[in-house]
Design a protein around this ligand. Structure first.
Ligand code: AHR
Length: 495
């Protein structure tokens, strides 16, 4: 029996809903085909956005969507993607597959997608190959309400009202694909860009997000904070879960038990990364509070055999579901510093929510985790603790078998999300809730299956949540049996 304790008397604060953010890049079939379709493709759409995909994504209550990259962002010149579609410049997507980018999906289309999804846009601007003027014009184009050259251009393109885009990323991976800069150089550039990204209206302040470190490059965060910390609202970092090495990422579907535990061990590293980057931010921030944004995270495996290596299309299994579950638990439990996270990516790329094939689509196990966790958004994080034992094949990749987080919504409902990482042994959970008063009802949902279980276009519902049966109420909480390799969500309602 593993004892878990949820303590409603202790909290790190509100879980920023933006932790449940997403990322969509002009990469492979994410935007084109995955989200945005040609009028003649015979796929139902509204203003070009697939109705099936948008409908499914709306159920996730996506709070914020990052765009247009990724590496693509630092090659993107936004003025290529506005105005009559026939006249838009055709360019080469040099980072991703060398394919033609016809710019048919640009600023207006992205903001229309956000409108349909009901989410906030997060635009990543071009620092690597753009200019301060170009970036500042983009903000003016989106946000200026009165008369100005860019506001007039926007109106000429059919949009009267400003969109009030709040979140702006100052470059992407500027240590790598975004310009191969050194930290001090980027930090100075970041100050310069931040200066010219204007809030055009006092009621709509901007959130300026600095391009941050690669994984555990703490020196990057330190130098960035020292030089530019006073000019930005948040600093990002990127971390991908790769089981072995970048050279040997391994298959998304056919993997050994060792690779299963290796991926989970690497995913759990997020805890230490968030802790350490947060500590540096706290140390160097002045009066102005600077948040931590993990604007790219998730699994990265070999592409599916026979697919374009530059398109990063991979399948998604229960292993991915567990990576999502532990990562979201970690972000929830660091809600005092993590203000946003964006899993990579929304559709058809890396650890996607949705895969499509022509007019067909399927929901991945990762999608279901986001759906089961969605009530953590804007809820009050609660301190939680669970007894664990180590599980794994070899010493190097042993991981704790259980992983949890908890929160309380404004109506008093407590959501406890728990993952059993052991792929062979079930776990008996004995969960006590402190500081909550009398419990009314408890329900549970469960996503489970063998580590390699996944959905296909022939069997799109092989992995999906089901009711978790036989929850037993106890004097101070409940008991439940967790099968091997599962993600569970318990909702405890007050009497
Ligand atoms: O998400 C895929 C790529 O990974 C992004 O374009 C880049 O920022 C990162 O290296």
């Amino acid at each position: 029996m593993s004892k878990a304790i949820i303590n409603a008397n202790r909290s790190k604060g509100i879980i920023n809903k933006n932790i449940y953010g997403q990322f969509s890049e002009h990469l492979g079939r994410c935007i084109y085909n995955g989200i945005y379709v040609d009028e003649n493709a015979g796929i139902p759409h509204e203003n070009g956005m697939r109705t099936d995909v948008v409908r499914a994504l709306k159920d996730l209550r996506i709070p914020v969507l990052r765009w247009p990259g990724g590496c693509f962002a630092d090659t993107y010149h936004w003025q290529d993607g506005i105005g009559p579609r026939e006249g838009r410049k055709k360019i080469v997507n040099t980072f991703w597959g060398g394919v033609t980018e016809d710019n048919s999906f640009g600023t207006h289309e992205f903001l229309e997608l956000c409108r349909q999804l009901g989410c906030e846009p997060y635009i990543s601007g071009n620092v690597g190959s753009g200019t301060v003027q170009e970036f500042s014009d983009w903000v003016e184009y989106c946000n200026m309400g009165g008369q100005s050259p860019m506001a007039d251009l926007r109106r000429a393109n059919g949009r009267e009202e400003p969109w009030h885009v709040k979140y702006w990323g100052i470059g992407n991976e500027t240590w790598g694909c975004g310009g191969n800069m050194r930290p001090a150089f980027y930090a100075d550039l970041c100050r310069q860009y931040a200066t010219y990204l204007r809030a055009y209206d006092g009621a709509h302040p901007l959130c300026r997000i600095a391009s941050g470190a690669n994984a555990d490059d703490y020196l990057w965060t330190k130098e960035l904070m020292e030089i530019a910390g006073g000019f930005v609202d948040a600093v990002s970092f990127h971390y991908y879960t790769v089981p072995d090495s970048w050279e040997h990422k391994g298959s998304a579907l056919n993997f050994s038990r060792e690779a299963y535990f290796a991926a989970l061990r690497r995913a759990l590293r997020m805890d230490e990364l968030v802790e350490n980057h947060s500590r540096i931010i706290r140390q160097y921030q002045g009066e102005r509070k600077v948040g931590l944004v993990v604007d790219e995270w998730g699994t990265w495996f070999d592409v599916e055999p026979g697919t374009n290596p530059g398109f990063l299309y991979q399948q998604n299994t229960m292993r991915d579901a567990l990576v999502a579950a532990v990562s979201l638990n970690i972000f929830n439990n660091h809600c005092d510093t993590v203000v946003m996270a964006n899993i990579a990516q929304l559709v058809n790329v890396l650890q996607a929510m949705i895969l499509t094939e022509g007019g067909k689509m399927l929901l991945t196990p990762t999608y279901h985790v986001f759906e089961m966790y969605k009530n953590h958004q804007d809820a009050r994080q609660l301190e939680s603790y669970v007894e664990t034992s180590l599980t794994g094949v070899t010493g190097e990749n042993r991981v704790p078998n259980l992983h949890i987080s908890a929160s309380q919504s404004s109506d008093g409902t407590v959501l406890i999300t728990a993952a059993n990482l052991d792929d062979e042994q079930g776990a008996a959970l004995d969960c006590a809730l402190a500081g909550l008063g009398r419990i009314g009802s408890i329900t549970g949902r469960l996503l489970s299956g063998p580590a390699g279980a996944h959905n296909t276009f022939d069997k799109p519902e092989a992995v999906r949540p089901a009711a978790l049966e036989h929850i037993q109420t106890t004097a101070d909480g409940f008991k439940a049996a967790l099968p091997p390799c599962c993600v569970a969500a318990f909702e405890v309602r007050p009497a």
